[in-house]
Structures are given as C-alpha cells and as structure tokens.
Design a protein around this ligand. Structure first.
Ligand SMILES: Cc1ncc(COP(=O)(O)O)c(C=O)c1O
Length: 452
C-alpha cells in the first residue's frame, strides 16, 4: 500500500524516522527523539501535549516565537498569488526585502544576494571576497562555525570540519578574542587588544597581496558565546582597510535583534564590507539567507559576471516571510525588547553564577547569553571539552540538558562547555524566571564535578 499523509502515533513517527531519515550531526544508533507536534509563542508541544519552553529559539532562529499568524498569513497569501519565480525575474517581494535590508543594515550596506541558509550566505561571502579583490586567501578564526557545506566548513574550525578535510585551500585560521581564556595570556584592557593586532600579523605573514578577506562571527555562537572586547572590531576594521582586505561578519545567529541591536556589529559602531545572515531574517518560517554588501563590493560586478547562484535565490515565499518578519520586528519593538529582556536575563544568570561553583563565566549581549561550566574556577578547566569528547558525550552538561528537557525547558547543546540561553525575543520575565529556576535545580549536576 502506498504511504500517504495520515495521523500517526508518536511511536510510529519515531520508528519511521529511524528507518528512513538520516539525522544531521548524529551517531544514528540509539536515537530517541522527542516528537514535536505543534508550536505556539515561546513554546512547543510533544505528541502527549507536554509543553516545552523554547529557550534557544530552536537553533537560534525563532526570534519571533512560533505560530505567529501574521507570518502564516503573509506566506499563505504569497503562495496563493505566486509561489516563486526564478532569479532573473524581478518580483515585488524581492525588491521590497532588499530595500528593507539596506535600511536596517549598518552604514552604506546596500546590495543583497539571496540564498536559503547560513552556509550558503557564507559561501556567497567567500566568493565575493575572492572575486571582488582578485586575491585568494581568507582568514577565519579557530573557534567558529559558519555552516556545513564544503566552503563554509573550511571557514569553520571546530572538530566538525576535521571530517571534511582536506577542505578548500587557502583558508587560514587565527586566534580568538576570548577574554575568559585569552590565547595571549593577557587581560583586557591592559592587553592592548593583542587578539586584533594578531589579525594584522597573520595578514602580513600570509602576504597582504594574497589575503582577500577576513570573516568571523561578530559574537561567536555555537562555539561558546564569545563576546570580543570593545575595540576589537574597530581595530579589525582599521587593519582590513590598511591591507585592502574585505571585512566580513557572519551574523547568521547574532543578527535580527538577537544581541539587542539589529546586528551585533552595530554594538561596536563598525560598518563591515559584507554581512552574512539567515535564521532570524525570516524567524525560521521559510528558509532564507542573504549576503549583503557595501556598494564598492557590488560595483565590482557591474562589468564582471557575479559567478554564483542557486535555483532558489530570491524565492518569493522566502522574500514574503523576510518582509513580514522585519515588519513584526519593527511593529512589536522586538529589537529594543531584546536589549531590555537581555539585561534581565543577564542579571538572573549572574545570580546563578554566584550560587553555583560550576558556573565559571557568564557573558553575552541582549538575549544571547552563555554560562560557561568549569570543574575549577581557578584553573578554568572546562566541564565538557567538545574537541576531545564530542558534543554529546554523557558529560555533566549533557546530563543537565536532558534533565532540563524533562522539566520542560529546551536548550540546544552547542559545542563547548557553555550552556546557551537565547529565547525568542518575545520571551517574558516570568518565562526567564522559570528557566532560571530549572537551571538552578539542574546545575547541581555540574556542581558535583567541581573540585574532582
Ligand atoms: C554563525 C553561523 N553561521 C552559519 C551557520 C550555518 O547556517 P545554516 O545551518 O543555515 O547553513 C550557523 C548555523 O548554526 C551559524 O550559527
């Protein structure tokens, strides 16, 4: 009998998925996923009706919360009118979204190339840097994730890129602005921003005539919510200008209000040459990515071909969802709300640090906060080292996340010793209090490893 859509029970769904689906990033054996049935606001529900507070906006994309009827209406209306047109056609939603992006991105950033994911947005950035400068080398950073396609993975440098090495050539990695574990053994501000100056050294060693671009997450996401000190991006901007290197920021996670501003780079008052974005651009309602750039970059392709494209570049449903999302960010004041609720989340997270010896560091901006778990506050030995243990080893952090899920609080694991807190920008104070209570009850699992 042919399979058709039908109402299945949770066990059948799990069984069919185990039989027919290959799960991203997982050892497949023994997987036992929660079956999600519906989602509304800041919550999602399993088949038994149990409710979970979504405290990392899934993979940090549900900035608007789930099931917003304005989004559903905009997408449905567009689907009824014209689902999509291929990229050579101009469409009203594409024109409008591109203009809206020019309004909300920093400085004179104006042109956008559309794709459907963060990885694709970064693939576009990579090619832009090479084609716009005629140079080839790209400098990225070690503690980074830019996506799982070959080019984006080459830019990334957590243990996940080892699986696709040798990867694309001419990508060089440099050290990170990670004050809690400063790779230069220095302390801010006496350090005089060694982490930024190091970028200049790397450019000079690699040859300024060969370095096309520098790319990094403005604030590192999955590799541990690493917030560069003030002055870092300003200095990197100066260095990139000095050597004719394209400055590119990956705002796939940090964009669209996540850090209390439209883009995290706004917090540093710096205008990059290229911004890659995805996730929050459509709140996850339709897959969408964009690579936005300053006019001088786009002008390189007035006379020369932009040798890049995807079937679904500028997909009309994605454009409609991007427009509706930006209208909601604006109408509901969500960017400002992220700054305000983020301040409250930070205050509560600092209380957890006071109470729990395993919380070595608390850092973040807006609704993008990380608790770094350690075995010893003096030595700062991490409680979970993904480079050796993999992300899902049965460490105290993973045990905590399992217990939190049982208690109705979802947080995505991330790669390091850091628990990520990144709820939808619609989160309420009561919901933050609920999450902090659950963390307070589960942190003793990590505390038990302190001093061992
Ligand atoms: C900073 C950053 N860049 C790029 C990506 C890749 O995005 P996608 O999974 O949509 O390809 C991610 C995904 O989590 C990310 O966090």
């Amino acid at each position: 009998m042919e399979t058709s859509s039908k109402h299945l029970d949770a066990e059948t769904i799990r069984q069919w998925e185990r039989e027919y689906v290959l799960y991203p990033w997982q050892v497949q054996k023994g997987l036992n996923p929660t079956v999600a049935a519906s989602a509304k606001g800041n919550y999602f529900y399993d088949m038994a009706g149990k409710k979970y507070l979504d405290f990392t906006s899934q993979f940090v994309f549900s900035n608007l919360g789930h099931g917003d009827e304005r989004m559903a209406k905009a997408i449905a209306e567009q689907a009824g009118k014209m689902e999509t047109m291929s990229s050579p056609f101009a469409t009203e939603p594409k024109a409008v979204l591109a203009k809206m992006l020019a309004e909300i991105t920093p400085g004179d950033i104006k042109y956008s190339y559309f794709s459907t994911s963060g990885a694709e947005a970064n693939e576009g950035a990579l090619k832009l840097a090479r084609m716009a400068t005629g140079k080839e080398k790209i400098i990225a950073r070690y503690r980074s994730y830019h996506g799982s396609t070959m080019g984006a993975m080459a830019l990334s440098s957590d243990y996940r890129n080892w699986a696709c090495e040798p990867s694309i050539p001419s990508v060089i990695h440099c050290l990170d602005p990670y004050c809690y574990r400063c790779p230069f053994g220095a302390t801010y501000p006496a350090c005089d921003l060694q982490c930024a100056k190091h970028v200049e050294d790397v450019i000079r060693f690699e040859g300024e005539k060969r370095v096309a671009g520098f790319i990094a997450e403005t604030i590192v996401g999955a590799n541990g919510i690493i917030v560069p000190p003030d002055g870092y991006w300003q200095k990197v901007r100066e260095i990139c200008d000095k050597y004719g290197v394209l400055m590119m920021v990956d705002e796939v996670m940090t964009g669209f209000g996540r850090c209390g501003a439209w883009f995290a780079i706004d917090l540093y008052g710096v205008v990059p040459d290229v911004i890659s974005m995805a996730k929050g651009i459509s709140g996850g309602y339709v897959p969408l990515g964009a690579t936005s750039m300053r006019p001088w970059v786009a002008e390189k392709f007035q006379e020369n071909q932009w040798v890049h494209g995807h079937t679904y570049s500028g997909h009309t449903l994605a454009m409609a969802s991007g427009i509706a999302a930006i209208e909601i960010y604006r109408a509901d004041g969500l960017i400002q709300r992220s700054a305000e609720m983020g301040a409250y989340l930070m205050e509560r997270a600092l209380e957890l640090q006071e109470k729990h010896p395993s919380v070595g560091d608390v850092r973040g901006k807006g609704l993008f906060v990380g608790l770094e778990l350690v075995k010893n506050r003096k030595t700062r030995e991490p409680i979970h080292e993904a480079l050796w243990e993999g992300p899902r080893a049965a460490t105290a952090k993973m045990k905590m996340l399992g217990k939190m899920l049982e208690e109705g609080l979802y947080c995505l694991p991330g790669q390091t010793s850091v628990i990520m807190l990144a709820p939808p920008l619609t989160v309420t104070r009561d919901e933050i209090d609920f999450a902090v209570d659950v963390l307070d009850r589960t942190l003793p699992i990590a505390d038990a490893e302190v001093g061992q």
